[in-house]
Design a binder for this molecule. Structure first.
Ligand SMILES: NC(=O)c1ccc[n+]([C@@H]2O[C@H](COP(=O)([O-])OP(=O)(O)OC[C@H]3O[C@@H](n4cnc5c(N)ncnc54)[C@H](OP(=O)(O)O)[C@@H]3O)[C@@H](O)[C@H]2O)c1
Length: 356
């Protein structure tokens, strides 16, 4: 009788273990990312839940021959462990951040665009299908970006706005976050970056973490942080950044930095993708780039932007010219060969076009 009782007990145990296994197997990978990223509570209670697409992203992206970062990545950042697939989905034109949110892989940068020029440029970009906008306190245009977003008629959740805290704001980051929210006036901030390393940056980041918990900001990131800076910074914070935005263009490629950041499960975004104002003519006129552009029937700008995407770098070219803005979205009807990628990789001169 006792043996029969034990047998029944064992069967019940096996049945319940197998049910648990199935349950775990139904979790989407993005749910997994959200739960492990340390941003769980605010994400799971907010309305934008983009992660369903991630399974498609993971399977489809692996068929993209041109991207190498399709593997699951793991890292320790402060107290949290992050697991994420940061490869680009060229179908949806998005990447799944380690915060659980999806972000477009191309957008518009707004440095040096102010007032009506900024409103008109961002509106033109939104009309051209752009859904990622990069602004900053230091660009003095958060109000204009907010105005264009609000007036667009596009559902708020479909637009991804990045803004940044400048080092002179770090000492009272809480107030600076409120200021950004008020200036943008778009309910919440999709992503906030620290613009540069500086005194009080850890405390400022911790204030942004609190704003994430309060549902004011959805994802966090850093700008102008390189290998050494990241190694020092990450153990001091709790939420691993979802993104690092650094200078990247064919003359300054950061080929040592990008793989390191990717290995942490962090998405890389390039500023000055076209070299930055004052340098674009030289870069767009580069013989190798022009030759490749002619071969594909595309412009030099499109070739450079596509080269970035195939390296796993998100692009945010700045422009106030509606034709250029439209042109900068047409990056998905051609693909650079490995040889063409190599030819552009060979143009690296380690030539920075700004000091930071
Ligand atoms: N985190 C940081 O420290 C940092 C620093 C710098 C920049 N950024 C961000 O990165 C963004 C990009 O940088 P950026 O705007 O300074 O430089 P950029 O994108 O490299 O170059 C902008 C210049 O390229 C021209 N351009 C754009 N598309 C073109 C096209 N298809 N054909 C020909 N010319 C084209 C623009 O002129 P038109 O207006 O005539 O098109 C403009 O003069 C900034 O807007 C900002 O959001 C961040």
């Amino acid at each position: 009788m006792k043996r029969l009782y034990n047998l029944v007990l064992a069967c019940l145990l096996i049945a319940s273990l197998s049910a648990c296994g199935k349950q775990a197997g139904t979790d989407s990978s993005a749910d997994k990312v959200s739960k492990e990223s340390g941003q769980t509570e605010s994400i799971e209670t907010t309305e934008q839940q983009p992660s369903v697409a991630s399974e498609t992203a993971q399977t489809e992206v692996q068929t993209e021959s041109n991207l190498t970062d399709g593997q699951e990545q793991q890292t320790q950042g402060g107290g949290n462990t992050v697991t994420g697939d940061i490869s680009f989905d060229f179908e949806t034109k998005t990447v799944l951040l380690n915060s659980g949110y999806e972000m477009p892989i191309y957008g518009i940068g707004t440095y040096s665009l102010t007032g009506d020029t900024c409103v008109e440029s961002v509106s033109a970009a939104l009309n051209s299908g752009v859904r990622l906008i990069d602004t900053a306190y230091m660009y003095h245009n958060e109000e204009s970006v907010g105005e264009a977003v609000r007036n667009s008629g596009i559902p708020r959740e479909e637009i991804f706005v990045i803004t940044k805290l400048y080092p002179n704001q770090f000492s009272d980051a809480e107030a600076a976050i409120e200021e950004a929210l008020a200036k943008l006036d778009i309910d919440y901030i999709d992503m906030m970056l620290l613009h540069h390393p500086g005194t009080g940056d850890v405390e400022a980041y911790l204030a942004m973490e609190k704003a994430v918990a309060d549902g004011k900001i959805r994802s966090l990131g850093l700008s102008n942080w390189y290998v050494e800076e990241l190694e020092e910074f990450l153990p001091q914070i709790n939420i691993t950044p979802a993104l690092v935005q650094n200078e990247i263009h064919p003359y300054y490629q950061e080929n040592d930095v990008i793989p390191y950041i990717h290995s942490l499960g962090i998405v890389v975004q390039g500023w000055y993708p076209l070299g930055g104002r004052g340098y674009t003519a030289e870069l767009l006129g580069n013989e190798v780039i022009s030759e490749i552009a002619t071969a594909h029937g595309k412009s030099s700008a499109q070739v450079i932007l596509r080269w970035n995407l195939q390296k796993g770098v998100v692009v945010i070219p700045g422009s106030s010219n509606p034709d250029h803005i439209q042109e900068n979205t047409e990056l998905f009807d051609f693909e650079l060969t490995e040889e063409e990628m190599e030819r552009i990789n060979a143009l690296d001169r380690g030539e920075k076009h700004d000091w930071y």
